[in-house]
Write a protein that binds this ligand. Structure first.
Ligand code: NAD
Ligand code: AHE
Ligand code: ZN
Length: 369
């Protein structure tokens, strides 16, 4: 079949909206009509050529929601007309990682996913006879896409696509990092670095679990008001304080935070987030994705004296099991999504979504097909 898609033909070039060819679902695969997709900073990072796994030409996008229109042979867990969210962290429920009960990082199809192809080693997409690669196993910037059945989470049918799509990455990542990775406790002091589409979800997750002080740190002053909407109690712009940010935060938290989160992808900030933790027990969780080649460092003494450095992918949440629950949390009013969707765009306007993100003017732009 033919489908409209925003194709990244080259790094650092705007996406082009073209009609591509899409092969139908093979064994264990489903055809999904994407109804809406968010634009996450990770899409921009790959488009900017900063992802060591970036492949071009490809269809980016990994924050979608849609409807299953057809299923391939052998598909058992979902059916035509089911409403689903594509999963860049699938859940096969059979691999060592899934069976361990210790991680959400299913390994069943990670190797082919990283190479931009389906589990059988081939792509379903092409344009003028040339292969177009998949991205993060999702490629939600295409109106129709083929996905492995283990890489879709079935969600309730009354959830609006233009909001539920955000659970395909940002909401689940931010809220889950609090509830599933760091396991923030009621009464804790929390510091969140970077108040974008991920950081604001960390803030609302911290509010949900009953954190006490929730300090937001951002170099963009306009993010202060955004943080307050979702439970931030204090704001710091590190470019506008006397002295260094770590000492400033330690003073604000009576010796250091119980939990800190990096939602910037900046390795200097990651170090600050670790060092702003309380001696003896503070836990710092890296969520931000750093440019290829960047490394983190700190004095080992920071760890010897009890600070813990953790990382979180997709909020530590299992795709097929936990994503439908996050959607329920939204539908039941436990968490908010609507105010974070600052811009709704057509597919033709998708490059504007990247511009708004780079200018710090959006929280989430959502493309509606
Ligand atoms: P965003 O662009 O919406 O927000 C980033 C925020 O960080 C902005 O408000 C920006 O002003 C702020 N910032 C930048 N530099 C800063 C600094 N030096 N100090 C303080 N604040 C600073 O991006 P997003 O969509 O929220 O994504 C944030 C990061 O999380 C990205 O690196 C993205 O790739 C990553 N991410 C990771 C996961 C995961 O599973 N681990 C999932 C989604 C996104
Ligand atoms: N491909 C990059 C790493 C990118 C990365 O860390 N991705 C996060 C999700 S970001 C979503 O916005 C993730 O979940 N990673 C786990 C995984 O298995 O990819 C690189 O450095 O090569
Ligand atoms: Zn993302």
């Amino acid at each position: 079949m033919k489908t409209r898609a925003a194709v990244a033909f080259e790094a650092k070039k705007p996406l082009e909206i073209v009609e591509i060819d899409l092969e139908g679902p093979k064994e264990g695969e489903v055809l999904v009509e994407i109804m809406a997709t968010g634009i996450c900073h990770t899409d921009a990072y790959t488009l900017d050529g900063l992802d060591s796994e970036g492949i071009f030409p490809s269809v980016l996008g990994h924050e979608g929601a849609g409807v299953i229109r057809a299923v391939g042979p052998g598909v058992k867990s979902v059916k035509q007309d089911d409403h689903v969210i594509p999963l860049y962290t699938p859940e096969c429920r059979q691999c060592k990682s899934c069976l361990s009960g210790k991680t959400n990082l299913c390994t069943a199809i990670r190797a082919t996913q990283g190479k931009g192809v389906m589990p059988d080693g081939t792509s379903r997409m092409s344009y003028k006879g040339e292969t177009i690669y998949h991205y993060m196993g999702c490629s939600t910037f295409s109106n129709f896409i083929v996905l492995p059945e283990i890489a879709v989470a079935k969600i309730r049918e009354d959830a609006p696509f233009d909001k539920a799509c955000y659970c395909g990455c940002g909401v689940t990542t931010g809220v889950g990092a609090v509830t599933h990775t760091a396991k923030v406790t009621p009464g804790a002091n929390v510091v969140v670095f970077g108040l974008g589409g991920i950081g604001l979800n960390v803030i609302q997750g911290a509010r949900m679990v009953g954190a006490d002080k929730i300090i937001g740190v951002d170099i963009n002053d306009s993010k202060a008001e955004w943080g307050r909407k979702f439970g931030m109690t204090d704001f710091v712009n590190p470019t506008k304080i006397d002295g260094d940010i770590v000492s400033h935060l330690i003073a604000m938290t009576d010796g250091g935070a119980d939990f800190t989160f990096d939602c910037t992808g900046n390795t200097t900030v990651m170090r600050q987030a670790l060092e702003a933790c309380h001696r003896g027990w503070g836990v710092s969780t890296v969520i931000g994705v750093a440019e290829a080649g960047k490394e983190i460092s700190t004095r080992p003494f920071q760890l010897v004296t009890g600070r813990v450095w953790k990382g979180s992918a997709f909020g530590g949440m299992k795709g097929r099991t936990d994503v439908p629950k996050i959607v329920d949390w939204y539908m039941n009013g436990k968490i908010e999504i609507d105010p974070m969707i600052t811009h709704v765009l057509t597919l033709e306007e998708i490059n504007k979504g990247f511009d708004l993100m780079h200018a710090g003017e959006s929280i989430r732009s959502v493309v509606v097909f």
